[in-house]
Design a protein around this ligand. Sequence first.
Ligand code: DCP
Ligand code: MG
Length: 373
Amino acid sequence: PEASPHPPMVELSRYACKRRTSTENHNEIFTDAFEVLAESYEFSQCDSQCLAFRRAASVLKSVPCPLQHVGAAASLPCLGGHTRAVMQEILQYGQSCEVEKILCNDRYQMLKLFTSVFGVGPKTAEKWYRGGLRTLKDALEDPSIELNSMQKAGFLHHKDISQSVSRAEAMALGDILHETALGISAHAVLVLTGGFRRGKAFGHDVDFLLSTPEKGKEEILLLSLVDSLRRQGILLYCDHHTSTFDINNMPGVSFEAMDHFAKSFLILRLYDSQVEGGLQRVEGQDDGRSWRAVRVDVVTPPMERYAFALLGWTGSRQFERDLRRFARKENRMLLDNHGLWDNTKKEFLEAESEEDIFAHLGLEYIEPQLRNA
Ligand code: DCP
Ligand code: MG
């Protein structure tokens, strides 16, 4: 039989949680453009346009080959007129004029810069921009701005934490935290989650789940861990959120809402000698330091909530969003980082593993490495 010039594409679902998406993106020229547009819409609080571009990017990430013409996108879900027009422009001229305009836009550049500081969200960034601030120095020196402690730490370590974290660095931090946790309790369980669990080579932070089979001891374990890191001299910053988890209040409906488990947002000091192959070199920085600062999140769910927390913290965000949407729309169930509520049976469904949760939802299991939607 004759080889077809366009191999038939596997039909892709409109739900990210039914698509397999590796870390290999063959359509970066389009998805990078879509991410810029999504971010720009986010800065303008145009949530539905933002989501539309995030969905379109997510779909293209799961296409196993570079798309050569817009016609090839015809059978793909979540690609509307606007997204196709951007693709067409990129295919024809190598870039999208709308995207180029955004990238040169003063407000976009400033919001991007301000939100790159740990502790500064789009709302604060917008306020600073409206107040006439144009550089990070402006924000630091403006007498009318009172920085909170997270933002102070964000400014102090900005150079380091705006530099991505390598896989080797994430592994080294895992070893340090693991050893520290086991020094506190022989029962401590620590796993890497977030982007690194999905096989990403780089991340903006390192995410961990910490737990213990000793009921009710999770948060104490976390507090002891942080304390031990402080005594080791490697704790640069800690923002601890105490547990507000209540079995009677789960699960919540909103995706963006943070879960209720005890957690700490940390900045840790990582030494060159602790990392195989050494630290990522910070561009243009040679101040003789033998360490860098890294953002680390540690979340401590109780053991019986572990599978839900693991699934929720592994991401990607788009994968999570669609897991919840799929549960709600297709199963009349509510899923979040704490549990799964079956609205037909009026009961919580238990799970010991991520596989159990996929099975409850009637979904084929997708391994972490294929959740990069
Ligand atoms: N997450 C969540 N709810 C939140 C924040 C995060 O469910 N409010 C989940 C989805 C994310 C995961 O936790 O994929 C980790 O969050 P990160 O922001 O660290 O994202 P990633 O680890 O995926 O990417 P990065 O490389 O930017 O760290
Ligand atoms: Mg992360």
